[in-house]
Design a protein around this ligand. Structure first.
Ligand code: TXA
Ligand code: MG
Length: 473
């Protein structure tokens, strides 16, 4: 599909709005992140959003309108709490979940009886919504699973050719998405922290709950929360500790892997050479951190770094939104710079066994980072069956790049775990090398599944998983 680019002119906005009214998709800037819009009253148009993003259809969309007074067309009996919030924060980075009217199609609400209503504050967004004359359903304009786009370049990178139009605007001011607050429950409940803080909401509403993401029955309250989000291609970790320990740990990691660190300005000068350092702004400036976060994660992807470290983030004000996004990117893996162990798995070609071991280890061990390498590497990706077998155990190794083992990798790892005794025997002279089974007090080789069928890979992955679960560091 050809994507038309519209400038922020009267003509541009008019043409973009015409596309929306004719059932097409248009991306527009907002103060939080760019949104991928379609007419919210047109099921067919809304379906195009899901296709363009590659988004699961059971994740509902937010409906954007130009003015709160329009909400009553789409929402049953607007509660007093919504009026209070609208008065104080609209237009602005907040989405209110309210009981929907029948005119909002099930495609928008993903079958729920509620709908998210948002009135963006960005001038272009408001002009565009007024011109559309229809409510505009819009998720963030990224490909599903990528960081949300906060500038035109990010949007273009993900979406050129996938939507009918893009309105070119300035960089998003806030940089993280709107706060989603459910006003249909007895006590207003924040489902997603965002541009308006919980403290600000409490000032207006009194009691406000913060969703613990999942209800007891395991069904997410905001359906979007169950999906893996904002995940950069590199392994991402929250690294805690004082600046000396952090610098020491990163220095060590830089000798075995390509590393990016997201860091507050006050600590930049202490970071070791040879790693990519990305500023999050000052340590007392959550606005900068929010504003730079998604850009930083995209930079890591563009550089292709394989390990990304981010600092611990406080749990108050706008920080809460930053923390939520970063901890999701890191799948909540928090490691301690002083005590975290560096583990290296070794097999023959680094396409099956050690690659699966790396992936399985990194989702199951709390205070360690694993990489893997092979004695004779001659391929450029993991075996397809290994990727599938690892995925069945909950870890994604499709971006794995086999790596040739070197003495430097061994010397800069705390523990080197080989798959077989013969691998170990070929690494004489290193004291930190042991077979994975030997390390847990057993004696067997993990046999090479190469060339075997899926069942062979599956059982190899399970065998590795069982051994990894017994590893005590
Ligand atoms: O700032 C923002 O909110 C941006 C801009 C474009 O407005 N939009 C955005 O949309 O972030 P999206 O689709 O990426 O995230 C919307 C979140 C999802 O987690 C979704 O599950 C939740 O809001 N949500 C939407 N409607 C809901 C509903 N009826 N009930 C509960 N959660 C809902
Ligand atoms: Mg999103």
């Amino acid at each position: 599909m050809e994507t038309r680019i519209f400038e922020n002119t009267r003509e541009g906005i008019k043409s973009a709005a015409t596309l929306i009214r004719s059932g097409e998709t248009v991306i527009f800037p907002t103060e939080t992140v760019y949104g991928l819009g379609a007419n919210a009253l047109d099921s067919l148009a809304v379906k195009k959003i899901f296709t363009a993003k590659g988004r699961p259809s059971d994740n509902p969309l937010i409906v954007h309108i130009a003015d709160f007074s329009e909400a009553e067309e789409f929402v049953e009996n607007i509660p007093h709490t919504a009026k209070l919030l609208a008065e104080k924060f609209c237009p602005g980075p907040i989405t209110m979940i309210l009981k929907k009217k029948a005119c909002i199609p099930a495609e928008v609400s993903a079958g729920l009886d509620t709908v998210g209503i948002r009135i963006p504050e960005n001038k272009i967004a408001r002009d565009f919504l007024k011109e559309c004359g229809v409510p505009v359903a819009a998720p963030s304009a990224n490909i599903s699973g990528r960081p949300s786009p906060t500038n035109f370049e990010h949007v273009f990178e993900d979406m050129n050719g996938r939507v009918a139009g893009i309105i070119k605007g300035e960089n998003s001011r806030v940089g993280v998405e709107s706060t989603v607050i459910d006003l249909t429950s007895d006590i207003p409940t924040v489902l997603r922290p965002g541009g308006i803080s919980v403290e600000e909401l409490s000032e207006v509403l009194g009691d406000v709950l913060v969703s613990s993401e999942l209800k007891d029955d395991g069904i997410p309250k905001a359906p979007g929360m169950k999906y893996k989000h904002y995940s950069p291609k590199g392994q991402t970790f929250i690294l805690k500790g004082n600046v000396t320990d952090v610098a020491g740990f990163l220095e060590k990691r830089s000798k075995v892997n390509s590393v990016s660190v997201l860091v507050f300005d006050e600590f930049i000068e202490y970071m070791p050479k040879g790693i990519n350092v990305i500023s999050l702004g000052g340590k007392d400036d959550p606005k900068s951190a929010a504003n730079r976060l998604f850009d930083a994660l995209r930079e890591c992807d563009a550089l292709g770094v394989r390990e990304i470290y981010a600092p611990e983030i406080p749990e108050q004000g706008l920080w809460r939104a930053v923390k939520n996004r970063l901890y999701k990117a890191a799948a909540a893996r928090i490691i301690d710079a002083k005590s975290a162990k560096s583990v290296l798995f070794v097999c023959t070609g680094n396409t099956c066994r050690s690659a699966m071991a790396e992936g399985i280890f990194n989702i199951s061990h709390k205070n360690a980072v694993a990489i893997s390498a092979g004695l004779f590497v001659n391929q450029s990706s993991a075996e397809e069956n290994a990727v599938k077998a690892a995925a069945e155990l909950g870890t994604d190794i499709k971006n794995h790049i086999p790596r040739q083992l070197t003495p430097e990798l061994i010397e800069n790892s705390d523990i080197v775990l080989t798959m077989t005794d013969s691998h170990k025997k070929s690494l004489v002279g290193f004291e930190n090398v042991i077979t994975i089974s030997g390390f847990v007090g057993e004696e067997k080789d993990v046999k090479d599944p190469y060339g075997g069928d899926m069942e062979v890979y599956r059982s190899c992955a399970r065998e590795i998983k069982e051994l990894i679960e017994k590893i005590k560091l």
